[in-house]
Design a binder for this molecule. Structure first.
Ligand SMILES: [Cu+2]
Length: 182
């Protein structure tokens, strides 16, 4: 190898390495996942107490396309039933309701689930959600189709995905699910 081709090889290594790192980050569960025109990001679930019958998980969906789409359903081998819920304050009480037609994502819109808003509700858990583990979930969209995610489980009072800013917390929900009525 002469000096010129050695230089080329070293230069190539420096160009390729950052690219490989970027690709590796792209496929991590906490990163952005693309499904058709949709980008799914910021997935997290809350750890549950050993005897808790329900758990919650949250994702952010961005519709980069020009047509509306709908998250129709979610399912998981970790729970007997997964449903899509909304949450709203009624006086001092959190009211939770199933979304009868699923969760709409308008073209260009970003819908961020959170413990104080839209969420995926896991009922009849087969086992507790353990911090540091993941929960497998299959999401079905009306247009984009289906995708399986492994959602990272954070702390029992997590209010946002890992590395989120402190200002993103939801003060109304601190202290767990107290004051919530179905
Ligand atoms: Cu719920």
């Amino acid at each position: 190898m002469n000096r010129k081709s050695l230089f080329a090889a070293v230069a190539a290594a420096f160009i390729v390495l950052p690219l490989a790192t970027a690709l590796a980050q792209h496929s991590q569960p906490s990163g952005v996942v693309t499904l058709g025109d949709l980008e799914i990001s910021d997935a997290f679930a809350r750890a549950t107490l050993p005897s808790a019958p329900v758990g919650g998980a949250y994702i952010t969906i961005t519709n980069k396309g020009t047509a509306p789409d709908t998250l129709v359903s979610a399912s998981s081998p970790a729970a007997g039933d997964v449903s899509l819920h909304s949450m709203s304050m009624e006086g001092n009480v959190m009211k939770m309701a199933a979304l009868p037609h699923g969760l709409d994502i308008a073209p260009g819109a970003t819908v961020a689930m959170s413990p104080s808003g839209f969420h995926m509700m896991f009922e009849h858990l087969n086992q507790p959600f353990v911090e540091g583990k993941t929960v497998p979930v299959t999401l079905s969209f009306a247009k984009a189709g289906s995708i399986k995610l492994d959602i990272p489980v954070l702390g029992i009072a997590a209010t946002g995905p890992a590395k989120t800013s402190a200002g993103m917390s939801a003060p109304a929900m601190t202290g767990g699910m107290k004051g919530m009525s179905m």
